[in-house]
Design a protein around this ligand. Sequence first.
Ligand SMILES: C[C@H](O)CC(=O)SCCNC(=O)CCNC(=O)[C@H](O)C(C)(C)COP(=O)(O)OP(=O)(O)OC[C@H]1O[C@@H](n2cnc3c(N)ncnc32)[C@H](O)[C@@H]1OP(=O)(O)O
Length: 765
Amino acid sequence: MPTVRTHPVRGLGAKIRWPSQIPLFKTTNAAASSSAARGGSVVVERSSRRERMAEKKGRTEMEVRPDGVAVIAVANPPVNALSIDVFYSLKDNYEEALRRNDVKAIVVTGKEGVFSGGLDINTFGVIQRNKAEQLNDYLPIDTMASTLEAAGKPSVAAIDGFALGGGLEISMVCQARISTPTAELGLPELQFGVIPAFGGTQRLPRLVGLTKALEMMLLSKTIKAEEAHQLGLVDAIVSPDDLLDMACRWALDICESRRPWVHTLSRTDKLESPDEVREILKVARAQVQKQSTNLQHPLLCIDVIEEGIVSGPRAGLRKEAIVFQDLVFTDTCKSLVHVFFSQRAAPKVPGITDIGLMPRQVAKVGIVGGGLMGSGIATALMLSHYPVILKAVSEKSLNAGIDRIKANLQSQVRKGKMTEEEYEKTLSLLTGVVGYESFKDVDLSVVEDVNVKQQVFADLEQYCPSHCVLATNTSTIDLDLIGGKTNSQDRIIAHVMPLLEIVRSKRTLPQVVVDLLDVGKKIKKTPIVVGSCTGFAVSRMFTSYTETALLLVDCGMDVYKIDQVCTEFGMPMGPFRLLDLVGFGVALASRMQYPENSSVSVNKSMLVPLMLEDKRTGEASQKGFYKYEGNRKAIPDPDIIKYVQKSRSMARIMPDNELLKLDNKEIVDMVFFPVINEACQVLSEGIAIKASDLDVASILGMGFPQCRGGIMYWADSIGAKRIHAKLSEWERKYGQFFKPCSYLSERAEEGVPLSAAKNNANAHL
Ligand SMILES: C[C@H](O)CC(=O)SCCNC(=O)CCNC(=O)[C@H](O)C(C)(C)COP(=O)(O)OP(=O)(O)OC[C@H]1O[C@@H](n2cnc3c(N)ncnc32)[C@H](O)[C@@H]1OP(=O)(O)O
């Protein structure tokens, strides 16, 4: 039991205000009279209400039990998001509960097994569109800060399912939290480029300690009920059937002084000593600066937490409000909200997911080949409880595949994500075979070699039942080519990691796509559905990225400068470090797959082939564009210049061997505008059906910075006109690699955003 300061005097119905209560936000609420009395912003209140009426969404429901506990439940399916309407309803219910003499205590909960998924993310848009100067113009947050916390009746949160963001924050204002074993709690606000704004920055450290609170906020990491209980964030865990009764009993116990009245903000017992706090904050700042150079909000979050510890929680809350208010208007917040909704929109495929098809149950998955990808896919499936049959050509390669899967699972154990017992249980889902006999009802994945795949699919057709989905893992090869030797082209589909790029040929059945979307969700991948062509969506954009970088080097730019600028832009690694990682052999083989004269194959840089001739193959051989001395640290290699010079002399792009000189911004434009061009081409060919799918694909498939919203969103922030003008200029100077595609040219001319819905005449889907 933590040491807590109990509230000194509590009388039923008494309304005790904190003496030092500082209005965090401008006061507005449903009761115009109280707003006016306190000088609240009535004018803004009216306009916010108007928008609120237009978007009416969700409410809370209150029931007063015979034992005198008012149970207030958020009802806003599917995740009980805290919309503006929910907030006003919560406030109204709370005020009623506090007024009523038959109510002794309050329990806050959520309907349908979810406490709350936090602030309704659409609210960010409402605030931005209305340029609200105060968050409280839209949300009566004083409900929490003054009414709920300072109320004369205790509140207990009954948490089932998710308690995230504003949801967890509301629960932390309560005097206790009771949860079910499957509850998940977290403050993932930073994933939207903002910080918690309902006091989370102040209350979480006081409940779980600074180190854990920083980890949860900076990494947007949720924790399960068991851990939350150990940390003291959750006071008791009970079954879903007992949740409400237990929470009500707990609330009455507090009310009748059988349990302490805990004020989260008054607690200091979980906070580390001042010296430790200083050290923890220093380390956190250093890590954030190293990992997210482009982002200001993680550092601001640390500042706000520090303010609360150094100057007291009220000062912390004040700073939290100011910082949130600034952050919500940043491009980063707008981009990240766009990414959130784009990811949710990705699995919605017109003509496939809206025609009433239900996913068929996938009971068993067969995987052909236990190489790097095969074993990785097997691991992902087993972690989501799918039984897997792994088939290899020999006992030796089978054992190697099984060992890879074991190593993958062991790393989960090492990271503390899995116990030894869970490891054994997960491993028991795996069966290794060398023949096809056990392939009765399975999906499949094979290694990336077009001849092998053709044969494997032809073999599988003999053994698998007719309902079986034949799936392949590939990053480049056209599906029609793989299916060339079968009569089952309507059952073939591809799977690329880490994003699940579900590639369907014109003959893939909608039911198969629906099945795969379901499996994708279960193995916690974000799926996008694309049409078939060489490279699909991700590899085409990816190849464009690396090919442009190679071309820039042939024009005179420095390899390491390009990498540095791209990482500063937010890519996890520059194109040359990435080529080292992928391996030159794979990169070249993938380049060869593109048809002659396709937009990505017109660059003929000899830089990679020249290096390959000298057995420089990338990181695997410890020598690529960088040197690697036994570890993964990439060290620039002065020897590179001889290959660069030779490649330049063969390419002869620049007149009189002049060297191209660009500043950082120009490098970014010149590397990424061709990627935008390729994305436009992919969209115009109907390989992708919506621009937001390419945003998701670019972020999850090639590491495009999330905070820029994805390739198409970023492109629209620049404007089609400027991109088109630049590409045309470079086409004139450096060749047809930069030629803008007709989709881009038309949109530039018409002034239409690149992401605006298009006429899908060419659609491959
Ligand atoms: C001021 C405050 O401090 C600020 C905040 O509270 S910011 C918000 C913090 N909350 C979050 O970050 C949680 C965001 N949501 C999630 O992470 C996940 O949706 C979840 C873990 C809650 C549920 O995941 P899952 O079960 O896979 O369902 P998922 O497909 O993501 O969502 C289901 C639907 O709910 C919607 N949704 C989820 N959370 C939402 C939210 N907070 N607001 C609005 N809609 C939300 C999704 O858009 C989706 O809608 P759709 O069916 O129309 O596509």
